[in-house]
Design a protein around this ligand. Structure first.
Ligand code: NDP
Length: 452
């Protein structure tokens, strides 16, 4: 295939989607290049999912130390955290993963370029001062944290910096009401930082089932996060001790840092896409069709840069569909319905399918099953945690169209529920399933009374 071009596929960006596309194409015997200017593995591996989850684990220990007392343990009441150890162990683990990504790419037979690639034409890429031609160019450059401009916004930091702090502050202000804000508020609070969450809207996690996001808000507050809802920030001022975050209600919060988790924007600036017919939205993300083609038939894009669903497993699926389209049978399709997702806030939120609000809008009649209980760990361990589970059922077909959980292991449990919903499971299927006892998950198959 590569007679007139240097490469069949030139991938810009070695994140989750780009690497998967490169490896799959190379495994089909295609000549592939990948260029990466920053770190192998992209956001997820370096400044996202993976180090975040490690920090979540770290932040959960104080509650476990506390709970251990009720189970007869003593001496574990007041351990102290060495932030530098946590941060550096995390970084060492990420570097190990960077090495694995390096091996995966090299072993696939793809050429890896360490440098910033730019597009110089519909079939041309330049990297490290040298030009290459490619039959297909794939833009998989991901996204970057967005911080709005306002007085003192240069004093705010993004999630990128949170992974490399020199020291933990005594007090932190986290701004935003989405995934990253609630996850980092939980991490900081668990690590012993006085944490203030400031969100401009009345409800955190507003795209989720309202009852569930309310449970998250209550649970976070019960664990000690200071909530400032329906609150905006006017400015941030530098002080001798750190910063002062001035709120629109006239009060201010003295803190060591202000983390802005106010969304992420596509990494397309300076990429040279003006040399192609690719079309960008006002927020910089790339418009693509069902096959991930941009307005230019030789230029494709996927993952966070197309701003459809900013989740690693979605980018990976998109990559597999794209490679099938380009170099396979062309039959694979991506289904953006029923994508399971979890927010690693504390308490954790897992969800798949429709929220109750969405289901009410879509179906004539729905039934809602609800269970709210104390986790078994708390019986001897103490603590205020609850678990809430919810099934939303279309009455006409008996299909379970939404499955939601707040509480421990929600992500692990909802993953399996995702298979059930994908398979079109009915409430009768749930009822016919034998529970695993004693577990929290068994509640999903033992809910018999309709809540409404
Ligand atoms: P989100 O889009 O989830 O949330 C952004 C938040 O910032 C919203 O609450 C939004 O408020 C608020 N906001 C936006 N602009 C402003 C502004 N100018 N001033 C004040 N507040 C503002 O983005 P995140 O940054 O949290 O995460 C980006 C994406 O990364 C997520 O959507 C998710 O897809 C992915 N992600 C997934 C994770 C997971 O799977 N566990 C973990 C982390 C990230 P409003 O609602 O009012 O617009």
């Amino acid at each position: 295939m590569t007679t007139e071009f240097d490469y069949d596929l030139f991938v810009i960006g070695a994140g989750s989607g780009g690497v998967r596309a490169a490896r799959m194409a190379a495994s089909k015997g295609k000549k592939v290049a990948v260029a990466e200017e920053r770190y192998l593995g992209g956001t997820c591996v370096n400044v996202g999912c993976v180090p975040k989850k490690l920090f979540v684990y770290a932040s959960q220990f104080p509650e476990l130390f506390h709970a251990s007392k009720g189970f007869g343990w003593s001496g574990a009441e007041a351990p102290t955290l060495d932030w530098a150890v946590l941060r550096d162990n995390k970084t060492a683990e990420i570097e190990r993963l960077n090495g694995i990504y390096n091996n995966l790419i090299n072993n696939s037979g793809a050429d890896l370029f360490d440098g910033r690639a730019t597009v110089t034409g519909p079939h041309q890429v330049e990297v490290n001062g040298k030009g290459y031609s490619a039959r297909v160019i794939l833009i998989a450059t991901g996204g970057w944290p967005y911080i709005p401009e306002f007085p003192g916004s240069d004093l705010a930091i993004s999630s990128n910096e949170m992974f490399f702090l020199d020291e933990l502050p005594k007090t932190a202000v986290v701004v935003g009401g989405g995934y990253i804000a609630v996850e980092f508020a939980g991490i900081l609070n668990g690590l012993g930082v006085e944490t203030h969450l400031v969100y401009r809207g009345p409800n955190l996690l507003k795209s989720f089932d309202r009852e569930m996001s309310d449970k998250v808000t209550e649970g976070m507050a019960a664990k000690g996060v200071h909530m400032h809802l329906s609150t905006q920030i006017n400015e941030i001022i530098k002080t001798d001790a750190g910063i002062s975050v001035v709120l629109d209600n006239g009060s201010s919060l003295d803190a060591g840092l202000a983390l802005y988790a106010t969304g992420r924007q596509a990494n397309t600036a300076g990429l040279g896409l003006e040399h192609t017919n690719a079309v960008l939205r006002p927020n910089g993300s790339i418009v693509v069709d069902d096959n991930f083609a941009t307005g230019d038939p030789s230029v494709y894009a996927l993952g966070d840069v197309i701003d459809r669903v900013q989740l690693t497993p979605v980018a990976i699926q998109e990559a597999m569909v794209l490679v099938d389209h380009l170099f396979g049978e062309g039959l694979a399709r991506i289904d953006y319905g029923d994508i399971p997702t979890a927010v690693f806030c504390q308490p954790e939120l897992g969800t798949v399918g429709l929220s109750e609000e969405q289901a009410r809008a879509e179906y004539a009649d729905i039934d809602v099953y609800l269970s709210d209980f104390k986790p078994m760990l708390q019986t001897l361990g103490g603590g205020s945690d609850r678990i809430t589970m919810k099934l939303v059922v279309d009455r006409a077909s008996d299909r379970v169209v939404g499955c939601h959980m707040v509480g421990e292991h929600a992500a692990e449990i909802i993953q399996g529920m995702g298979i059930a919903l994908k398979a079109g499971a009915t409430k009768a299927h749930f009822d016919a399933t034998v529970g695993i006892h004693p577990s929290a998950a068994e509640e999903f198959v033992t809910m018999r009374e309709k809540a409404r």
